[in-house]
Design a binder for this molecule. Structure first.
Ligand code: ZN
Length: 406
């Protein structure tokens, strides 16, 4: 639900609108059609909205509540002499008191109703809300900040940013580059309207892929252990680290107009780990023990990458169409998800109950042996460990060795 404008035909506007409305430095109101901006400093308006938000939450059982316009910060300096604030004062104190009152009233209805605003609020106000839209990619300066990163996302990891990608709320304004940067920065994307009918096939595919990666690795992406702009080993290649310990997810952005290939990021000592290029679905490395491991992969020009470093919880190998999997005892209550990819078609099969040693005939799961097989050990939709196998039709000894070298 959203209220911050008041429509001129409402009872509240007719009773108080002229008195409460925001006035700019020329003494004018701010009107868009039938909507007029009301000054957030007005105490009676704060109290009115406090009641209204609670009533709506009660009546509709809404999942979340929205406060439009808030967070712009420096836009609406109200010049009315009748609102109890300094003439020309910034809206911040008004937005602070209003947001706090709305938070308290919603808490009295039900705890945990998320509040989000149109813009990222100042840090102090953010304590009363859960997230906001972000226009960073729309307003960001590509020249000085090629990744168009909003550092607020990293300073306050529990505050959710939903990127509008290219502003104006129109799907046709979206660009592939904007979507990629939103993913690189670990931000949600706002889908306006119906995904299936409003957007083209490429955007739908991008959305599904990025959404799945966010969901399967939400433990890392929502972690407080973050390292924005981790130092990289290639010029004009940027990286963020999400999570630490058993799972580290790295997103990359190549700001060059050329491919990069090779060492991208130094991790240091690493042992018992699977390193997977999650974006391109390629196995990069199984690491037994290395004193100074570096992530090595390739990135297209102006493109993104995503690499997962998983503490090894299973051994996987394939031989002559048969999959052999050893799972550490501690994780046999997890689920095994097998995604077979053949000529771009994906088939997902799930094993809900596991023993520590599994032998799986691929023919029993897939009509044809897939070109590529994603083996994911999952718990509560989160990926605990992942291995990607390719060339499953071949049974050369060398290939098997690749996957059993640890
Ligand atoms: Zn005012």
């Amino acid at each position: 639900m959203q209220f911050i404008f008041s429509r001129v035909n409402t009872t509240i506007y007719q009773a108080h609108g002229e008195e409460w409305k925001y006035i700019n430095s020329n003494g004018q109101e701010s009107r868009s059609g039938h909507e007029v901006i009301i000054c957030p400093h007005v105490t009676a308006w704060q109290d009115y909205l406090r009641e209204l938000y609670a009533d709506v939450a009660n009546e509709t059982n809404a999942d979340a509540m929205y406060i439009d316009v808030f967070g712009t910060g420096q836009t609406f300096f109200c010049h009315s002499p009748n609102h109890g604030h300094l003439v020309g004062e910034s809206p911040l104190r008004g937005e602070y008191r209003m947001t706090r009152k709305i938070r308290e009233s919603l808490n009295s209805v039900r705890s945990g109703i998320p509040i989000y605003t149109e813009y990222t609020p100042v840090d102090f106000i953010s304590q009363y809300q859960d997230g906001s839209f972000s226009y960073t990619i729309y307003y960001g300066d590509n020249q000085t900040c090629p990744t168009e990163t909003n550092l607020f996302r990293f300073c306050f990891p529990d505050f959710k940013q939903i990127e509008l990608v290219n502003g104006q709320f129109l799907a046709r304004n979206w660009t592939a580059e904007g979507l990629k940067k939103a993913f690189f920065n670990g931000e949600g994307i706002w889908i306006k309207g119906d995904l299936g009918s409003w957007y083209d096939a490429q955007i739908i595919e991008f959305y599904k892929k990025s959404h799945e990666l966010f969901q399967e690795n939400s433990d890392a992406f929502t972690s407080n252990a973050l390292r924005p702009f981790a130092k990289t080993l290639a010029g004009d290649v940027f990286a963020h680290q999400f999570g630490n310990g058993d799972k580290m997810i790295f997103t990359f952005y190549n700001a060059n107009w050329r491919d990069v290939d090779g060492d991208l990021l130094q991790i240091g000592a690493l042992s018992d780990a699977h390193v997977v290029d999650l974006w391109n679905e390629r196995m990069l490395k199984t690491v037994a023990s290395q004193p100074d491991f570096k992530i090595q992969t390739s990135l297209f020009p102006r493109d993104i990458g995503c690499v997962g470093v998983f503490k090894k919880k299973m051994d996987v190998r394939a031989e002559k169409g048969v999959l052999f999997i050893n799972i550490a005892d501690k994780y046999t209550s997890a689920v095994l998800s097998l995604t077979g990819i053949l000529d771009g078609e994906r088939i997902v099969q799930t094993y809900p109950s596991l023993s520590s040693f599994l032998t799986i005939e691929l023919h029993s799961l897939f009509p044809h042996i897939p070109d590529k097989l994603l083996v994911k050990l999952k718990k509560d939709r989160l990926v605990l460990d992942e291995v990607i196998l390719e060339n499953l039709n071949e049974s050369s000894h060398a290939e098997v060795l690749t996957w059993t070298s640890y």
